[in-house]
Design a protein around this ligand. Structure first.
Ligand code: FAD
Length: 484
C-alpha cells in the first residue's frame, strides 16, 4: 500500500501518542515512505487536565521501553521529549529538516481540541500535517442516527456499526526505516519516573502483564486459539481466564480493534459462532463508549442523565476507604477491589458488582469510584471508564435501571459458586466452605472456628446490611425519579 503525497526524498516526524505499536499504524506506515523518519513521544505536561493514574503510568513506562526497542531495530530510534508538543515538533523539524508531521487521531475531546490547535500552528509554520484513523473501528464523529444525531442506545449503534461492513485488513509493520543524519537528543525514560518507587507497589502488575506490542500479540494469539472457547458464558465467571485481557493493550494503542477482529476471523478457533458474536459486541461497547464521549465531552464529570444532578449522594470517607481497600465485608466486592489493587485490572462482572455496591449500597457518587478506577486500572480508558460507571450507577446512556440493585451475595453465589475467585484474592477466607464463602456472617460458630475466621478481626463484618442499603438506595432514587 502507498500513501499518495508522500515525498520520498523528505523527512517525516511521527508523533506517537496512544498508539504505541508498529503494526497497523497508519501514520507510521505512511511516514515510512519518506527518505527518513523521526519518531517522537512527547510527555504530557502538568497542565493536561487528566494525567494518567499510577497504574497507567506503570504501563506506559513498559510500553514506551518496548516501542523504543522496536523502533531502534527498525532503524530509527524513538525521541522522548517533554514540553509543549508544538514547540517540540517545530524544534525537531528544524534539527532534521523534516517537512511533515504524521499522527494517528485521538478521540477524547480534550486532545482533539489540542491536536486541532497544534495542527493549525504547524501548518502556519510551513509543515505538512497528516492525521490518520486507527484506534477505533469507526470515526466517532461520523456515525449518525437517521435524524443526524448521535446514538444514545447501544443496540441501534451496534447495528449501524455492523452496517459499515467488516473493517479493512490491518497494515503490516514497516520493514525498515532510516534515521535522519542529524544527531538527536532524547530524554531518558527513567528520568520520567513513571515506574513507582518508594514504595514500588508494582510487583503484582509485573507478575500479571507484559506491556508492549509483542505482549499484546501474544495475548491475542492465545485468546483466538483457545480463550474464545465458551466466551459467551465464561466471560461472566471471574475465576476463569475466559476473556481476552486485551483491554490495557487497547488502551495504550499496542493493538487495534481491527487486528483483533481479523485475527479472530482468520484463526481456526475453538469458539462457536455465538462466542465470536458476543466478543465482537463487547468490542462494540468500547466503540459505543467513545461515541458517547465524543458527543458528551464531560462524560467523566457530568451525569449523562441530568435527572441525577440532584441525586442525594452521601459523603462517607470511611466507607469509601473500606471499598477502596477491599474491606467491605462482602467477599465478592472485596475480592474485586483487591484484584484491582494487586494486578491493576478487574474482571468485568466484578467491576459491575463493585460499582453497584459503591453507588447504590453506599450511595457514594459514581465519580469517586470512577476516579479510583482511573488511578488504579492499567486499562483506564477515558471513554469506557466513565461510560461503565454511569451505566452501572443508572445515570448513563442506555443504563441499567436504577432499581436493579445487585445483591452481592447472590452475584457471588451465581458467578463464583465454589468461591475460587474470592479465595484467590481474600486469602483470609480461603478455608471457608463454599456454602458460606459469600456470606461468612451466616456461618455457624463451629465453621468460623474451623476456618480460622473471626469476624470483625480477621475479616470485616459487612459495613452495610444489604436489605437496609437497598431500601435506602431506592428511597434516594424516588427523590429524583419524577424530576423532569
Ligand atoms: P473482553 O471480554 O475480552 O472484551 C474485549 C474488549 O472489548 C475489551 O478489551 C474492551 O476493550 C472491550 N470491552 C469489553 N467489555 C466492555 C464494556 N463493558 N465497555 C467497553 N468496552 C468493553 N474497560 C476499559 O477498557 N477501560 C476502563 O477504564 C473500563 N472501566 C470500566 C468501569 C466499569 C465500572 C465497568 C462496569 C466497566 C469498565 N470497562 C472498562 C469495561 C470492561 O470491564 C473491560 O473492558 C473488560 O473487563 C476488559 O477485560 P477484557 O479485555 O478481558 O475484556
Amino acid at each position: 500500500m502507498q500513501f499518495d503525497g508522500a515525498d520520498k526524498t523528505a523527512t517525516a516526524i511521527v508523533w506517537f501518542r496512544s498508539d504505541l505499536r508498529l503494526a497497523d499504524n497508519a501514520a507510521l506506515w505512511a511516514a515510512s515512505e519518506h527518505a527518513s523518519l523521526v519518531p517522537v513521544y512527547v510527555r504530557a505536561l502538568a497542565s493536561q487536565s487528566r494525567p494518567l493514574g499510577g497504574a497507567g503510568n506503570w504501563w506506559l513506562n513498559g510500553s514506551l521501553a518496548r516501542l523504543s526497542e522496536s523502533l531502534s531495530s527498525l532503524g530509527s530510534p524513538l525521541v522522548l521529549a517533554s514540553g509543549d508538543p508544538f514547540l517540540v515538533l517545530c524544534t525537531l523539524a528544524d534539527q532534521t529538516g523534516a517537512s511533515a508531521v504524521y499522527w494517528n487521531r485521538r478521540h477524547d475531546p480534550e486532545h482533539m481540541e489540542a491536536d486541532a490547535l497544534v495542527k493549525s500552528r504547524l501548518i502556519e509554520s510551513g509543515l505538512v500535517v497528516r492525521s490518520f484513523p486507527g484506534q477505533l473501528l469507526h470515526e466517532p464523529t461520523r456515525l449518525k442516527t437517521g435524524s443526524g444525531g448521535s446514538y444514545r442506545v447501544y443496540t441501534p449503534f451496534w447495528r449501524a456499526l455492523e452496517a459499515q461492513g467488516y473493517p479493512p485488513p490491518p497494515l503490516p509493520a514497516p520493514a525498515k526505516a532510516t534515521a535522519p543524519k542529524a544527531e538527536l537528543l532524547s530524554e531518558a525514560l527513567a528520568d520520567w519516573a513513571l515506574h513507582p518507587t518508594r514504595p514500588d507497589w508494582s510487583n503484582g502488575l509485573s507478575a500479571t502483564w507484559t506491556p508492549g506490542e509483542a505482549g499484546a500479540q501474544s495475548r491475542l494469539a492465545s485468546f483466538v486459539l483457545t480463550g474464545i472457547r465458551n466466551y459467551a458464558e465464561g466471560r461472566d465467571v471471574p475465576s476463569v481466564e475466559n476473556t481476552s485481557r486485551l483491554s490495557p493493550h487497547l488502551a495504550h494503542g499496542e493493538i487495534t480493534p481491527r487486528q483483533i477482529l481479523h485475527a479472530l476471523a482468520a484463526a481456526q478457533t475453538e469458539g462457536s459462532e455465538r462466542d465470536r458474536t458476543v466478543f465482537r459486541k463487547e468490542i462494540g461497547w468500547r466503540e459505543f463508549s467513545w461515541h458517547l464521549l465524543v458527543n458528551q465531552p464531560k462524560l467523566a464529570q457530568e451525569n449523562h442523565n441530568p435527572r441525577f444532578d440532584t441525586f442525594p449522594w452521601r459523603a462517607d470517607d470511611a466507607a469509601l476507604a473500606a471499598w477502596q481497600k477491599g474491606e467491605t465485608g462482602y467477599p465478592i466486592v472485596d475480592a474485586g477491589m483487591r484484584q484491582l489493587w494487586q494486578t491493576g485490572w478487574m474482571h468485568n462482572r466484578v467491576r459491575m458488582i463493585v460499582a453497584s455496591f459503591l453507588s447504590k449500597h453506599l450511595l457514594i457518587d459514581w465519580r469517586q469510584g470512577e476516579a479510583w478506577f482511573w488511578d488504579t486500572l492499567v486499562d483506564a480508558d477515558a471513554a469506557s471508564n466513565p461510560a461503565g460507571w454511569q451505566w452501572v450507577a443508572g445515570s448513563g446512556a442506555d443504563a441499567a435501571p436504577y432499581f436493579r440493585i445487585f445483591n452481592p451475595v447472590l452475584q457471588g453465589e451465581k458467578f463464583d459458586p465454589d468461591g475460587t475467585y474470592v479465595r484467590t484474592f481474600v486469602p483470609e477466607l480461603s478455608t471457608m466452605p463454599a456454602s458460606f464463602i459469600h456470606k461468612p456472617w451466616e456461618a455457624p460458630d463451629k465453621i468460623l472456628i474451623a476456618s480460622g475466621t473471626r469476624l470483625g478481626k480477621t475479616y470485616p463484618n459487612p459495613i452495610v446490611q444489604h436489605r437496609a442499603a437497598r431500601d435506602r438506595a431506592l428511597s434516594a432514587y424516588s427523590k429524583i425519579k419524577d424530576a423532569a
